[in-house]
Design a protein around this ligand. Structure first.
Ligand SMILES: [Zn+2]
Length: 384
C-alpha cells in the first residue's frame, strides 16, 4: 500500500506509476482520488456469464429451456454488471450449453459494442460421457448437455483441438463428477486422459483448469500438470502438499457452496451449519496452511453477477488476510492465468485497468464494494 501515488495513463496503457517525480504531459486529464484506494482492476477467476442464479431458474432449466438468444441477452447484462463492480477481467469457465458464445461475447466487448470485462474463455467444459447433466430419467431420451461429452481419449483430444480452433483461451475439464451409484462424486477421466488433454493444451499455450472435488480427481489433475483446481472440496494435506510442490493453484469457489446451501433452505446465522460448509471451511484452511497458491474465483453465475465481491468476503470470513485476498484477485490471478504481462498490477506497460474504492479494503474487505471509479483499457466506465 502506498500513499499519494500518481498513475499516468496514456491511451490504454499505464505509462507511469509512483510518487510525483515526473511532469504531466500538457492536456492531461486529472482524476483526483483523495481518500480513495486505487487498485488494479479486479480479476474474477471463475465466472459463468451464461448462467444466472439457480434460485431464479434451476441449472437444468437454464440449459434445457432458455433459448441461446435469451442466454446471450442475459450474458450481456451480466458482463456489464461485472465490469461496473470493478471486475475488469473474468476467466469464464464454461458456457454450460451455450456452445462457443462466450467467444462471441468477448469479441463484442472488444469491439466496444457492449461494455464488459476482458474475457478469458474456456468455451465448453469437457466432461466424460454420461457423467454430467442434465440427466435424463429415460434411457431412451437423449438430453442436450451442459458441456462437451467425450467417450474416449480420441474424442477428448479432438474436443480440445476443436475448442482451441474456435477461440478457447484455456481448457476446462471435469476430473470428477457425481456419477457414483448413490450420486456421489467419483473420478471420471483417467490420469492418462487428463495428461493427453494437458499435453495438447500446453502445445497451444493454453492452460487447463480442472473441476475436482474428490482427492483422487485432484491428484490425477495435479500430476497431469494442470494450472488450477476448481472447488477442491475434499483436498487432503497430502493433496495440498503436492499442489504446492507442483505449482498448481486452488480456486476454492467458497461463495457458490454457500449460495447453493442457502437456496436449499439453510438460514445462514440462524440454522446450524450444513456439514458441507463446515468441511469446506476446514479444507480451505488446510490449503492456506499448506501454502497453496489461492486464486479468487467464486463460481459467480451460481449467485448474482456483479456480486463477485461475495467470494472475497468469504475468503476473509474463512481465515485469509484481506491483503492476501486482494492479491489473489489481482496479481496472483494474473500470474496463475498467464496474464502477468498484461493485467493484475499497477505497473508501467500494463493495460490501464484501474479501480478506486472508498476506504481501505486491506483493512475491511467490504470496502471493495464501495466502487468510485472503474477504468478498463484506459476508458472510464464509472466515476461517481
Ligand atoms: Zn463453475
Amino acid at each position: 500500500m502506498h500513499e499519494g501515488w500518481i498513475v499516468l495513463v496514456k491511451n490504454n496503457k499505464i505509462e507511469q506509476a509512483g510518487s510525483m517525480n515526473f511532469k504531466l504531459p500538457a492536456g492531461t486529464q486529472v482524476i483526483e482520488l483523495k481518500g480513495y484506494t486505487l487498485l488494479p482492476g479486479l480479476i474474477e477467476g471463475h465466472s459463468h456469464l451464461f448462467l444466472h442464479p439457480y434460485n431464479e431458474t434451476s441449472w437444468d432449466d437454464q440449459v434445457l429451456k432458455e433459448s441461446r438468444a435469451e442466454r446471450t441477452a442475459r450474458a450481456v447484462e451480466h458482463a456489464k454488471a461485472t465490469l461496473l463492480a470493478g471486475f475488469t477481467t473474468v476467466r469464464d469457465l464454461g458456457t454450460e450449453g451455450a456452445m462457443y458464445d462466450d467467444v462471441g461475447l468477448k469479441i463484442a466487448i472488444e469491439k466496444g459494442i457492449v461494455p464488459g470485462p476482458r474475457m478469458i474463455c474456456a468455451t465448453r467444459a469437457i466432461v466424460a460421457k454420461g457423467a454430467y447433466g442434465p440427466k435424463s430419467p429415460s434411457p431412451d431420451v437423449i438430453l442436450p448437455q451442459g458441456a462437451a461429452e467425450v467417450a474416449n481419449i480420441g474424442e477428448l483430444e479432438n474436443e480440445v483441438r476443436t475448442q482451441i480452433s474456435k477461440g478457447a483461451d484455456l481448457v476446462k475439464i471435469y476430473a470428477d463428477y457425481r456419477w457414483g451409484k448413490n450420486g456421489e462424486a467419483l473420478p471420471t477421466f483417467t490420469a492418462g486422459e487428463i495428461t493427453a488433454a494437458v499435453d495438447i493444451a500446453k502445445s497451444g499455450e493454453r492452460k487447463v483448469a480442472v473441476h475436482a472435488t474428490t482427492a483422487e480427481g485432484m491428484l490425477r489433475a495435479i500430476n497431469a500438470g494442470v494450472a488450477t483446481i476448481e472447488h477442491g472440496d475434499n483436498g487432503t494435506e497430502a493433496v495440498f502438499k503436492l499442489m504446492k510442490e507442483k505449482g498448481v493453484a486452488l480456486c476454492p469457489t467458497l461463495a457458490a457452496g454457500d449460495a447453493v446451501q442457502q437456496y436449499r433452505g439453510w438460514k445462514k446465522g440462524i440454522d446450524p451449519e450444513p456439514p458441507g460448509i463446515t468441511n469446506k471451511r476446514k479444507t480451505f484452511q488446510l490449503a492456506l496452511q499448506s501454502g497453496v497458491t489461492i486464486c479468487m474465483g467464486g463460481d459467480v453465475g451460481v449467485f448474482t453477477h456483479g456480486d463477485n465481491a461475495r467470494e472475497m468476503e468469504m475468503m476473509v470470513e474463512y481465515g485469509m488476510k484481506p491483503l492476501d485476498v486482494l492479491r489473489s484477485a489481482t496479481s496472483v490471478n494474473a500470474d496463475v492465468f498467464g496474464y502477468s504481462e498484461k493485467i493484475g498490477r499497477i505497473r508501467p506497460g500494463l493495460f490501464a485497468d484501474l479501480i478506486a474504492v472508498d476506504g481501505d479494503p486491506s483493512v475491511d474487505i467490504k470496502n471493495i464494494r464501495k466502487i468510485k471509479l472503474v477504468m478498463k483499457d484506459g476508458i472510464v466506465y464509472r466515476n461517481y
